[in-house]
Design a binder for this molecule. Structure first.
Ligand code: PHE
Length: 512
């Protein structure tokens, strides 16, 4: 049967009036001190006992000390390895671990247990007592150490084979609710108590218990007890930040686009966006090409034809790029290099719907997902990362609306005072880099890129002339790194990620 330690402790108190040293009591009970402390805590909580914290310093053996205590000192072991007729150094060495031999030889010669004579190691005495090992064993047992001299301890300590440890223990006295007999209290209100309520509240003489009496039947709630560490899954910081951006964009009336297609044709990633086929970004240095299947099909021949023509000779007020547009190049499968590949497909979809219904509905879209670039990897670059992108298609919108919506978007994540800088994108005109003051970093940083989509992109899709499309994009990693104070992008994404750190990260909130 399991021992009732709470009762054993009370019996001890009853017999001796106090318990001067819980370390000794744990030894007497033959349990770990920590386990005893557990029982003491519940008695303490119910005020059976009071406790006073005490401290002692104790010598403990370090690993080498333990080894010497159990297997003998190196010199003793080496001594025991020497036969009566002596032995060559090499033969003796072969019997031992290199360190044991080295120190054993040194110490043994110093102690004059053996010496080198005629090229052999020979014993100088018939037998030896391993005094150090005996001392270490006594220190390990931690009793009757009074006669061991201070310099023995100092010497062992210097050799790093023992160390001093502070041990906490308690002195126990009777508490306000002390009784010699331990009454096990209820810790939960059970079904049976409720079902047999009358029996539960009645005393043996038939009187009903008062509330205070009833409360005494239950254990006091321990508000200080530490909860169990619950093993749970948790969101990656990038996904937490994505969730926040998603909420901001949904709040602003944007619909989320489906982004679950990582492999896209060059057509949607580049050609549909009026990005010429010779553009350096279409090089294997920047883009990952898919080997199998290497090509996708042209499922929209009329539209492709218009795209081909716009690239080659222009149209809609443009003179085009004036080169021979290749179907083969457009069909090449790649990992999408930006989420604008998703937007271009969606815009063509809107144009198809418009052609069918003849009515144009203004639309606002966003996407947040993974893109891939054949980059050389360093502290701020990965070959895969995430982009956030917003797209607005409407009548009578232009640069003013673009600046307005970007300003509102960043204000919602706590970044104000934006600056815009002209830039070049093949698919937008005008194009603007977005810069902003980041309060966390206390400086102006580049936040993203934006622009008004070109007619050379929109008109071949079939969008009418009076429809403008605005867009902006930014990376997800950068704001996340700033938010969570990551210096290296590889701590955030990939195999270098510390799972414990991810688990302990707080939820993301930009405006704190
Ligand atoms: N695709 C651009 C990038 O990768 C961002 C962008 C999106 C620019 C939409 C203009 C319009 O940086």
């Amino acid at each position: 049967m399991e021992k009732n330690y709470a009762q054993l402790i009370l019996t001890e108190l009853e017999q001796n009036g106090e318990i001067p040293d819980t370390l000794l009591l744990a030894k007497k009970f033959e349990i770990e001190h920590q386990e005893l402390v557990g029982y003491l805590n519940s008695l303490l909580l119910e005020n059976y006992i009071t406790q006073e914290v005490k401290e002692i310093q104790r010598w403990v053996l370090l690993q080498e000390g333990l080894d010497n205590a159990t297997n003998g000192t190196p010199e003793f072991r080496v001594f025991k390895g020497i036969p009566a007729e002596g032995i060559s150094k090499n033969d003796l060495e072969a019997k031992f671990d290199p360190n044991v031999f080295k120190f054993g030889l040194q110490n043994g010669m110093k102690k004059k247990w053996f010496k080198i004579k005629d090229g052999l190691i020979q014993k100088e005495v018939a037998d030896v007592v391993d005094e150090d090992a005996v001392l270490l064993k006594r220190i390990e047992s931690n009793s009757n150490l009074e006669d061991i001299k201070k310099d023995v301890f100092d010497n062992f300590k210097k050799r790093k084979i023992i160390t001093q440890e502070v041990i906490k223990y308690f002195k126990i006295n009777k508490g306000t609710e002390y009784k010699p007999i331990y009454v096990e209290l209820e810790s939960d209100l059970t079904y049976d108590m409720v079902k047999n309520y009358d029996d539960f509240v009645k005393n043996q003489d038939g009187t009903t218990k008062s509330n205070t009496e009833l409360a005494k039947k239950f254990k006091k709630y321990n508000w200080n007890s530490v909860g169990k560490d619950i093993k749970t899954g948790n969101l990656h910081p990038l996904m937490k930040v994505r969730k926040q951006f998603r909420e901001v964009l949904i709040e602003m009336g944007f619909e989320e686009m489906a982004t679950n297609q990582y492999v896209e044709s060059g057509f949607w990633n580049f050609d549909a966006l009026f990005q010429p086929q010779q553009h350096p970004a279409r090089d294997a240095h920047d883009t990952f090409f898919i080997r199998e299947p290497a090509h996708s099909k042209n499922l929209d021949p009329e539209y492709w034809e218009r795209v081909k023509k716009t690239h080659e000779v222009g149209g809609y007020g443009s003179i085009g790029y004036r080169y021979d547009w290749s179907y083969d190049e457009a069909k090449k499968n790649i990992f999408r290099t930006h989420t604008t590949a998703v937007s271009s497909k969606m815009l063509r979809q809107i144009a198809i719907e418009f052609a069918k219904d003849g009515v144009f509905k203004p639309r606002k879209f966003f996407s947040i997902d993974r893109v891939f670039r054949n980059e050389s990897l360093d502290a701020t670059h990965l070959a895969e990362f995430h982009q956030i992108e917003g797209v607005i298609a409407d009548k009578n919108v232009g640069l003013g609306e673009l600046l307005g919506v970007i300003t509102e978007f960043f204000a919602k994540i706590g970044i104000t005072g934006l600056k815009f800088k002209p830039t070049y994108n093949p698919y937008t005109e005008p194009s603007l880099e977005i810069h902003g003051f980041h309060p966390g970093l206390n400086k102006v940083i580049e936040l993203g890129n934006s622009g008004v989509f070109r007619p050379e992109m929109l008109r071949p899709m079939g969008l009418p002339e009076d429809i403008q499309v605005l867009g902006w994009g930014l990376g997800l990693e950068r704001p996340t790194m700033i938010q969570y104070k990551f210096k290296n992008i590889r701590d955030l994404l990939g195999y270098g990620v510390d799972m414990k750190l991810l688990k302990e990260n707080p939820i993301c909130c930009f405006k704190n």
